[in-house]
Design a binder for this molecule. Structure first.
Ligand code: F6R
Length: 250
């Protein structure tokens, strides 16, 4: 595992965008696993800028997103499809037909989960999966629990996650969907490379537990320790506890 320390959020975003760009330049027809949430927004902004300046092209890239709220159509401004369109896809030269997000409106949820797993498998898995991490250590919507879910599945969102995401729903937790479709930890670990971005002192404690603590489904991000090619790009604030506990950075 490589852990890069950056001065702040802007530098974290630029570093993550550099890593993604290097992959897209070397393998233009790559499969990128993408995430939503606040943390990758700066990374997407940097990728948009470089795309518009002509440094990289997404014209042959295929994407697979981690998760989607159940019951929100792609036109809803808080759906993850809408987030991806507005924060990345609409601003770069990507073929939208090659962008994939689980269908939160699927009538048969179990079938949609199977379809999504087969899709990821048929693409040969992601060449690189971008991840953020929640305050409880969740990755995608894999909340702390007693096992590591393998494939795409339906989850009940943790109250802490609902509270954290209420900021996108008029600060009203009652408006946050209570269920979501998410890739499992097994699907995430099937990516060839993992890139996790983390920012802010409020995640310092959980980041240290994820990177240095025991591998446990109680801290879903600790599963990253099992993968052979993981890069974490985090700002100084997020790495505070990790560094205090003797964690190494590049
Ligand atoms: C969303 C996702 C989530 C977020 C996590 C952190 O696709 O995968 O696991 O990465 O909730 O969200 P932020 O970045 O908003 O703190």
């Amino acid at each position: 595992m490589r852990v890069y320390k950056t001065a702040d959020y802007a530098a974290m975003s630029r570093q993550a965008a550099n890593i993604i760009t290097s992959l897209v330049v070397l393998k233009p027809a790559c499969v990128l696993g993408l995430a939503t949430g606040s943390t990758p927004v700066g990374t997407y902004e940097q990728l948009i800028a470089w795309n518009q300046e002509g440094y990289l092209s997404f014209s042959q890239v295929t994407t697979v997103n981690l998760d989607e709220y159940l019951g929100l159509p792609g036109t809803h401004d808080q759906s993850y499809r809408y987030f991806m369109d507005h924060n990345l896809f609409d601003h770069v030269d990507i073929d939208k037909a090659r962008t994939n997000v689980p269908n939160g409106m699927a009538g048969d949820v179990a079938q949609e989960c199977r379809r999504y797993d087969k899709l990821v498998e048929s693409l040969g898995g992601a060449d690189l999966q971008l991840l953020g991490m929640g305050h409880d250590g969740h990755i995608a919507f894999n909340e702390p629990c007693d096992h590591f879910p393998v494939g795409t599945h339906l989850v009940e969102l943790d109250p802490m996650t609902i509270q954290a995401n209420a900021r996108f729903f008029d600060n009203d937790p009652a408006k946050v969907p209570t269920k979501a479709l998410t890739m499992g930890i097994g699907t995430i670990l099937s990516a060839k490379r993992l890139l996790m971005v983390v920012s802010g002192g409020d995640k310092a404690e959980i980041l240290a537990r994820a990177l240095l603590g025991p591998v446990t489904p109680a801290v879903p991000a600790s599963a990253l320790q099992l993968h052979r090619d993981v890069t974490v790009v985090a700002d100084e604030a997020a790495l505070g506890v990790y560094l205090q506990q003797g964690g190494q950075v590049c």
